[in-house]
Write a protein that binds this ligand. Structure first.
Ligand SMILES: Cc1cc2nc3c(=O)[nH]c(=O)nc-3n(C[C@H](O)[C@H](O)[C@H](O)COP(=O)(O)OP(=O)(O)OC[C@H]3O[C@@H](n4cnc5c(N)ncnc54)[C@H](O)[C@@H]3O)c2cc1C
Length: 315
């Protein structure tokens, strides 16, 4: 059992009443794919957009607010996250398809679910999301991509709410997508994502999705406690198009271990929690891999996994 933090009651007193769910000292580890990490002072699951907007407007500005999606691209440090962590649930899970082939999804919809809904409606372009295990909010923030497609290619617009509780809309140009990057303001919580889905052949869409699923399970440790690709593929000229995994492999890091953390044997740009890893084990191993690649190839790898919260504070 992790220790309750003493400042939580006074923090709770400063928060507005909500219709959604509030939990103090919430264990974030079950909410991260790595299954590691500490407590959130407060976890808030808003009932709907208005609940979230009212909450943000009434929450004093010195209280930090952080949003998480499905936690598939997160390393939540062992000391946990101060302030409020927002996670969008059932109130952000609708999918609506309009006659003009635009698909509107709540930011809490899982990518795979959206890809399947598009397939069922005979709409193409979303097949690449088969197997990206996050939500649409996380996908838009990260410009998630795979198998030759990325969110940027299908994005029609998004709506979000800023730290003051104001609604904001984003056009594709305003989203500022680049490789695994977007330019949505850091304080904005995306609530709805709209994507293009032109008509396609349902059988061909299904076949492509099945192919992608099979390729993924052949090449990635999909059933493991992992955060997906740890480092972004380097874009600098010196890397000459070599992928992060090739550099990691060449630096002799495949299968390396630190505590309960390991560099995957199957895909060496994936870190794995073998069962007993802490976030510190995973982060230290990642940093060690970065230093080995720098020594070996002179190339700096950058974390693609987002690291949140404070170090320390072991259970
Ligand atoms: C097995 C495995 C395979 C993967 N394969 C791929 C892949 O092929 N391609 C790829 O691109 N990624 C891949 N990933 C990484 C991950 O799935 C993606 O980055 C995904 O888009 C993250 O979505 P999420 O909902 O889990 O976001 P989280 O991991 O929870 O958060 C990621 C970032 O998005 C922000 N965020 C989340 N929700 C919102 C919101 N509503 N509004 C604003 N910001 C938000 C968070 O603050 C954080 O900065 C993989 C991960 C795993 C574990």
């Amino acid at each position: 059992m992790m220790a309750r933090r003493s400042n939580i009651p006074s923090l709770l007193d400063r928060l507005p009443l909500v219709r959604g769910r509030i939990e103090a000292d919430a264990d974030l580890a079950p909410r991260a794919w790595f299954r590691t990490g500490g407590l959130a002072d407060i976890l808030f699951e808003p009932a709907d957009e208005k609940d979230l907007a009212d909450f943000l407007a009434a929450t004093p500005s010195d209280i930090p607010v952080t949003v998480i999606g499905a936690g598939s691209n997160l390393l939540i440090r062992d000391g946990g996250v101060r302030g409020v962590v927002v996670q969008l649930g059932a109130g952000f899970s609708t999918i609506q398809i309009t006659d003009d082939g635009i698909i509107h999804a709540g930011a809490g919809v899982m990518d795979v679910k959206l890809a399947s809904a598009a397939r069922d409606a005979g709409l193409t372009g979303l097949e690449f999301m088969r197997g990206i295990p996050g939500t649409m909010g996380g996908a838009a923030r990260m410009n998630a991509g795979a198998f030759g497609g990325e969110v940027k290619d299908i994005f029609a617009g998004a709506r979000g709410i800023d730290r003051q509780g104001r609604y904001c809309d984003f056009t594709p140009a305003e989203a500022g997508f680049a490789y695994r990057h977007s330019a949505f303001p850091a304080d904005v919580i995306l609530t709805r994502i709209s994507v293009h889905g032109p008509p396609g052949d349902r059988a061909a869409i299904s076949a492509r999705m099945a192919e992608i699923a099979a390729e993924r399970s052949a090449s990635q440790p999909v059933g493991a406690r992992t955060g997906g690709s740890t480092f972004a593929n380097p874009l600098e000229q010196k890397a000459a198009g070599r992928k992060a995994w090739e550099l990691i492999d060449a630096a002799g890091c495949r299968g390396l271990r630190a505590g309960g953390a390991m560099v995957s044997e199957k895909h060496c740009n994936f870190l794995i929690n073998c069962g007993t890893a802490t976030s510190a084990d995973l982060e230290q191993l990642g940093e060690f891999v970065r230093s080995r690649v720098m020594q070996h190839a002179g190339i700096e790898l950058h974390w693609e996994i987002q690291r949140l919260g404070e170090s320390g504070g072991q259970p």
